[in-house]
Ligand binder design. Structure first.
Ligand code: PIT
Length: 324
């Protein structure tokens, strides 16, 4: 075990080095005590084993312990995309934003050809390949991914309020368009730093999502191209079936025009990241709160079961977050 890479709903991820051979990997260690948890992990493993794409994090091995399961994963070292974009030395342009969104659409299009939905696309789940290749991304976290059978309605109530589609909130059948919606929200945030459906609380956010009223009124959109706004508007349509497929997204004018501009060396304007920095700070705060909520829940469970709380990695992680 080497450095910690991060932690979240999924547990703790650390860099690990193979004893024979010295290969570097990421290891995601998760507590797994109940049979229902084991079933969830088995589904995630089954799905990950089906996925082999350069923009999707690869699973190499799984190690089952008595009360935990460890995923041996591809190592990526660039950190979260939104963190990199906010770095002082980074100039985000629309052209670069297109490059990111294109990679997300390609990866999700591949998943959709396999009839797999990701269902938790959000900024935290988009990492940069390495410090030297922050223009290349990898999508992580297949913990909510599901197989989609066209004639079998899939209803699920989970995800992150700011990024979930109206059909998730309404408990209506989900589809490939459910992921497309989240890509629309990610694009909106990337270009403006504003979260399109954010309310003062979770309830309000969910009601803004179902109302689906979208605007580009804020001054952060003043310099953003009409093609970008058109792209977002097409993805954020209330009807799941009205949204373009990922393949259709890749053919939108915004993406095509950016490619032409890039090949003729026309530079696009820099996107202002002041709002994005606030967005990133707020998301981190929410994640800490969620970690504390998880600890409280765990404490209650452990009190019943009589185990020791100090041995739980997520507890020490959450406490560390709280005190920094
Ligand atoms: C890395 C580097 C890093 C985080 C991760 C991997 C996380 C991966 C991950 C994979 C999953 C999941 C949650 C997180 O459910 O900073 O190489 O399948």
């Amino acid at each position: 075990m080497k450095d910690a890479l991060g932690s979240g709903r999924f547990g703790k991820v650390s860099m690990v080095i193979e004893k024979n051979g010295g290969g570097k990997f990421a290891a995601k260690q998760c507590a797994c005590r109940r049979a229902s948890q084991r079933q969830e992990f088995d589904l995630e493993i089954d799905i990950m084993n089906d996925l082999a794409h350069p923009k999707l994090l690869q699973l190499y091995d799984v190690i089952y312990g008595k009360a935990d399961v460890t995923f041996v994963l591809e190592l990526v070292t660039g950190g979260e995309l939104f963190d990199r974009v906010c770095d002082e030395s980074f100039d985000l342009t629309e052209q670069l934003a297109v490059k990111y969104i294109e990679q997300i659409c390609e990866a999700i299009s591949y998943m959709h050809t396999k009839n797999i939905l990701h269902l938790d696309l959000k900024p935290e789940n988009i990492l940069c390949l390495s410090p030297a290749r922050i223009d290349m991304i990898k999508i992580i976290d297949f913990g909510f991914a599901r197989r989609y059978e066209p004639h079998k309605p899939l209803r699920i109530m989970f995800g992150t309020p700011e990024f979930v589609a109206p059909e998730v909130v309404n408990f209506d059948p989900l589809g490939k368009g459910t992921d497309v919606w989240s890509i629309g929200v990610i694009t909106y945030v990337l270009l403006s730093g504003l979260s399109p459906f954010m309310g003062d609380n979770e309830q309000e956010t969910l009601s803004n999502v179902t109302a689906c009223d979208l605007d580009f009124d804020d001054e952060s959109f003043d310099e953003i191209s009409p093609e970008a706004k058109e792209f977002i508007t097409k993805l954020l349509q209330k009807q799941e079936r009205a949204r373009p497929s990922c393949d259709e997204c890749l053919k939108q004018i915004w993406l095509k025009k950016a490619a032409e501009d890039a090949s003729s060396h026309r530079k696009s304007l820099c996107v202002a990241v002041t709002n994005l920095k606030k967005f990133v700070a707020r998301r981190k705060w929410i994640r800490s709160i969620n970690a504390v909520r998880a600890v409280t829940k765990l404490q209650a469970g452990l009190r019943k079961g009589g185990a020791s709380i100090t041995t739980e990695p997520c507890v020490s992680e959450a406490m560390k977050k709280l005190t920094t």
